[in-house]
Design a protein around this ligand. Sequence first.
Ligand code: GLN
Ligand code: ZN
Length: 757
Amino acid sequence: MTVAHILGFPRIGARRELKTAVEAHWKGSLPAASLQQAAADLRARHWAQQRAAGLDYVTVGDFAFYDHLHNATALFSAAPDRFGFGERIGLADYFAMARGTPQQPALAMKKWFDTNYHYLVPEIGAQTRPRLNRDWLLPEVHEALALGHPVKVVLPGPLTWLWLADAEPGFDKLSLLSLLLNAYFALLAELRQLGVAWVQIDEPILSLDLPAAWLAVYPTVYRELAGAGAPLLLASYFGAVDAHAGWLKDLPIAGLHLDLVRAPQQLDAFLDGWPQDKILSLGVVDGRNPWRTDLVAVLGRLNRAHTALGERLWVSASCSLLHVPVDLAQERKLAPELRRWLAFAVQKLDEIGLLKRALDHGPDAVWKALDEASRAVESRRSAASSCVPAVRARVAALTEADACRESPFGQRIQAQRQALKLPPLPTTTIGSFPQTAEIRAARAAFKAGTLDEAGYRSAMEAEIAHAVRQQEALGLDVLVHGEAERNDMVEYFGEQLAGYAFTEFGWVQSYGSRCVKPPIIHGDVWRPQPMTVAWSRYAQSLTDKPMKGMLSGPLTMLFWSFVRDDLPKREVALQLALALRDEVCDLEAAGIQVIQIDEPTIREGLPLKRADWPAYLDWAVQAFRITASGVRAETQIHTHMCYSEFNDILPAIAALDADVITIETSRARMKLLDAFGDFQYPNDIGPGVYDIHSPRIPAREEMHDLLQRALAVVPAERLWVNPDCGLKTRSWPEVEAALSQMVAAARELRAALPGAA
Ligand code: GLN
Ligand code: ZN
């Protein structure tokens, strides 16, 4: 019989029950015992759903109150000493590390591979003494066994956990391995005694470019772990691991999981000579997006594996279902046709169960379900929105010239200086001003239909007028309208573009209790009408200063959405670029002379393997340039990026050829700017001079000091003065205080520039 299983299930609950419970606990209104009960209820429900779908095992260990890597940190007692915890890390300690304490900052947070899910970065060093903490994981295993489920436990692999940890300077992470392995060994031995059937050990780092020293320890590590006697399923995902097929076949593991959605071509390397005593788990249902699986096509692809492996074939999703929304059944407002094309986590369980039955009993046994899946796929393929000939033709007709401004930066900037008449060290902001309770109330009322369009428009215009007055009073040079009308930088545009759909409950965990609801790009993207022009035109009508138009860039629109899987990402990016290019041109035609295209996500899209970077950066840069290049030389294009860390892609950032780039730099004391300096970044640059994440008002001297550092790297005529990012999360009094200091610092420096009167 084929075995059906999943690598993991979303933990948040179909109605975000976990978020509600955890946040209530943080506020003090839900005791720890009740929080634990809420968690146990969710787990019980999710296991029951797995069994109901016909899966052979329930997966235990995928649950986490914050994140699963952090769970391993607690399970192996690896809290950093700075927190001063006792022997056994408890729930309060776990949350203290995640959220920080009055004395200690929280653990750092990073994106989990190329997903939008974040993990807490373990901190390790000579003091770290890993040992098994039985308060974690084991109670959940008991829970599942008590419910009568056949159990497969999942754990992050020791090498993945170590690789993702931050080590103190000079500390060799691998030196911690033997202690860590002792702790894993103790756990595995105990799991085996409890009657756990399988232990899935996740080693997603196998899809990265690992140094030889790390690859070399895999055989020893797994030989040691196998000694504990629990059958081990080593899980790879997010990329191909066939480069390691040779030694993976020799590992003393009982099975291996492959991601055949991201890397279908790797199967052959494993089928060829796969050892008789090992199972192969094939991830054929996409765990990274909400599309319904073409089950018949998948069965066709599984044919050869089924013949070769027989009982040793397992079927699964490509990776944990953590990255998809929980249950499509809740969606009541989606167009029925679109709904038919989708499968969320619960539906993906059913797909995996169906594949198992089709393999074991033949497709005829489940022909109805297979037929329905095929029809859905066909309906998607043939839908008018999936392929809009005019959009396809426009992308196909793109030329090199469409991605080029009409003149080089050196000439453009002269024309812009003449047109804009800005002082040296011009001041500006990144776009948003405080999203006040009134703004949110007006938006909610408009959505609910209790405020009509005219009422909503005048409420937003009043906000814009207020923001313009404030900026004039503060003495800023390039103004913004404040983005009062925007709930979110992707949703606002997605709602106005064809090809996008929005769910009611399509939440996925981003970090801790925070969930996001990515829109779904299901069809060809085009712009039925201007999206921002009326607001910008109105804002410009209130002032003689230049008003900056504000757009989200094509890459951000792509990476913060679920993207269709029937078209290369590059194509979707180019469609988005053309839609946004029209908006840029319309803004220019409406008299807007400065336009900012926000691209905070360019780094996020980087492929996991460096060899794939150039191809990605190529189309990413092309998409941005297409968006930006429809305007005259004297129209100034800005871009903005936060989440720093792009030292290694500076050539691509420069290739965007934005006239001005504003970046987040203040927290790292301008460290990033040094990289721009070393690289000799050619265009104008606005390094953020204050951290907008904190309510703290920066002193004028501080910003003055940062600007002086910046002047050491960037010539004065190319330096701008601005905060790190948008101000939507701050309050007006904070914003006014901080910006008035910022303007004062800029003026002081201006007066001191050589040649200043
Ligand atoms: N223009 C956006 C704002 O100011 C930029 C947000 C971002 O960079 N994440 O809010
Ligand atoms: Zn930003």
